[in-house]
Design a protein around this ligand. Structure first.
Ligand code: SF4
Length: 326
């Protein structure tokens, strides 16, 4: 199996990767990483919530669902000037991209114009723009692409089999349909999942196999560790073995060699050593900033110090998706 034929991985092959001795798995993942990226560089993105809470969906991990009593204060859609200011701050902090999250099942028609204005404002600040706003209807992805949106985030969260345990208000098939709309409109896809929701290793393997088997592999693959939020059905979820997170990152790197694998939510609860291991397993993207939508994140100073201690640095802004091998 070569790196580029990842779409053809069988379930047994992906599980066999997970089951390798950790040093073997890391060695293999590092080889793939080095052939496609500079292993000393990390892409930096910044994330803001542009519409918070009161979401109709029942995702079991999410503080923003109306189905869970988390005490979160809802906020209406942000003003475009607030987004412009956030983009400016993100740029000054060294981020390449501003990711905007809106807690919705999907944007209604009346929401689209304000979203388009936000995209234009982020682009005018010289950053890439990413939007996460739930399911898209016909034509919406095209309009976002015309406004200059670079990425649309739409996570698959977990395996097809485990998804109904996590979400009942929409289906995996609906998620896949939105991913196809995004791709067909020429937008880059940001799509990943969450580790630590009570899923099995088989579920983690199937999530990665599904992502790798999409018609085009997602250009960005966020791997999140569950932040158990009081008031959600997963508030008491048992933490996953940290080495399982490292394995998940490494297998993602091997299956999706040219994708940016982002160590996303949950870093605040990870040790520096665990984050270093994930970066050594092929993760090459981080969110900078102290907030991730409604959750905490290590501060920029801490991240800069960590990267310095590891002898690593932020990817230059003009750097495009790398493919160092012809
Ligand atoms: S759709 Fe998004 S915002 Fe809404 S509950 Fe699910 S994860 Fe949270």
């Amino acid at each position: 199996m070569t790196d580029s034929s990842a779409a053809a991985w069988s379930a047994a092959e992906v599980l066999a990767l997970f089951e390798q001795p950790l040093p073997e798995l890391l060695y293999r993942a590092q080889g793939v990483h080095r052939r496609h990226f500079d292993p000393g560089q990390v892409q930096a993105c910044s994330l803001i919530s542009v519409k918070t809470g009161s979401c109709s969906e029942d995702c079991a991990y999410c503080a923003q669902s109306v189905h869970h009593d988390t005490g979160l204060e809802s906020e209406a859609l942000l003003d475009v000037e607030a987004v412009r200011a956030a983009a400016r701050r993100a740029r000054q902090a060294g981020a390449n991209r501003l990711c905007m999250g809106a807690a919705w099942r999907g944007p209604k028609e009346r929401d689209l114009e304000p979203l388009l204005a936000m995209v234009r404002a982020v682009k005018a600040e010289g950053l890439e723009a990413c939007l996460s706003a739930g399911a898209l209807r016909d034509g919406q992805a095209e309009r976002l692409a015309e406004a200059g949106l670079d990425y649309f985030n739409h996570n698959l969260d977990t395996s097809p089999a485990y998804y109904p345990e996590i979400v009942t208000t929409h289906t995996y098939e609906q998620r896949l349909a939105t991913l196809e709309r995004i791709r067909a409109a020429g937008l880059k896809v940001c799509c990943g999942g969450i580790v630590g929701m009570g899923e099995s290793r088989e579920d983690r393997a199937e999530l990665l196999r599904t992502l790798a088997g999409l018609p085009v592999q997602p250009q960005s693959v966020p791997i999140n560790e569950l932040i158990p939020i009081p008031g959600t059905p997963l508030e008491d979820a048992a933490p996953v073995d940290p080495f399982e997170l490292v394995r998940t990152v490494a297998v993602a790197r091997i299956l999706m060699p040219g994708s940016y694998v982002r160590l996303a939510a949950g870093r605040e609860q990870m040790s520096d050593e665990l984050q270093a291991l994930c970066l050594s397993a092929g993760a090459n993207s981080l969110f900078l900033g102290e907030r991730l939508l409604t959750a905490g994140n290590p501060g920029e100073d801490h991240d800069r110090r960590l990267l310095e201690r590891l002898g690593m640095g932020l990817e230059p802004r003009e750097h495009a998706c790398a493919d160092l091998e012809p």
